[in-house]
Design a protein around this ligand. Structure first.
Ligand SMILES: [Zn+2]
Length: 263
């Protein structure tokens, strides 16, 4: 019996020793080929991400399908000259995250989309080398909640000047509002004095004269904003007080009466 136990003890010791030797060998080999191991990990990760992105592209976007089924239209099918760069589908937005995921096209209700095409035509009549560059259009209510929650550091009244309360709904949630700027035909955005989604008075259209006098906005920046407002208003859009980039095709009550919310 003692002999059996002794043999088992020796066997166990050898097994542990070999395991240790094996691990040491693996670690030594990893150290020796550290550069190649890291390179392989980066490459494998990148390949996986690219494959995932291609698959996402190949699969139709369920949110876009939903909007199309609700009667909204991809504005670039109405006017292919309109440029689209949905900021919430990138990380270049105030949340710092891609909150749109697969949504990369701008969908709007048919009538507002026609109005936008009209604004685009008016702009190109005035300035043939200029294009409308759309940052956002129809926006699902689920995303509205994410944007609202991302501004929890502001008191409610101030928060509502930046993002509509999802309880009240935004006109974007009805596919009847658009955020946009003017760009050259090469896609370079004109200087409007602030970035899109700049939270501060410098973005207020109502304060432009004041900031022009103060030297915080240049005459060219104000002229660029005015050009955007002129073409949008000529097409029937309404500007708002707090954001130079935002325009409504209808009022909130009209949107509620005419359209279904984008869930
Ligand atoms: Zn907006």
């Amino acid at each position: 019996m003692n002999l059996i136990l002794y043999n088992f003890f020796i066997y166990y010791q050898l097994k542990t020793k070999f395991k240790f030797l094996f691990l040491t060998k693996v670690l030594y080999s990893m150290k020796k080929h550290f550069f190649w191991v890291v390179l392989c990990l980066i490459f494998c990760g990148k390949t996986r991400l690219m494959a995932q992105k291609n698959t996402n592209k190949a699969i139709k976007c369920i949110y876009e399908e939903k909007m199309a089924n609700q009667g909204l239209v991809n504005i670039q099918t109405i006017d292919p000259s309109i440029l689209v760069e949905l900021k919430y589908s990138t990380t270049d937005n105030f949340v710092g995250k891609d909150v749109y995921g697969c949504i990369t096209n701008c969908f709007m209700q048919a009538k507002p989309a026609q109005m936008l095409a009209k604004a685009s035509a008016i702009l190109q009549q005035k300035q043939p080398r200029y294009r409308l560059l759309v940052y956002d259009g129809g926006r699902p209510l689920a995303i509205q909640k994410i944007l609202w929650n991302a501004l929890s550091q502001y008191p409610p009244h101030q928060r509502e000047t930046y993002v509509a309360n999802p309880v009240q709904k935004s006109i974007h949630n009805y596919g009847s509002a658009v955020d946009l700027t003017i760009a050259t035909d090469k896609g370079e955005a004109l200087d409007m004095g602030t970035k899109f989604d700049f939270f501060g008075q410098l973005a207020y259209p109502t304060h432009e004269d004041y900031f022009l006098k103060k030297g915080k906005l240049t005459a060219q920046q104000v002229a660029n904003r005015r050009l955007l407002r002129d073409v949008m208003q000529a097409a029937g859009f309404m500007p708002i007080k707090y954001e130079w980039w935002h325009f409504n095709a209808v009022s909130r009550s009209q949107a509620k009466a005419m359209y279904k919310i984008i869930e």
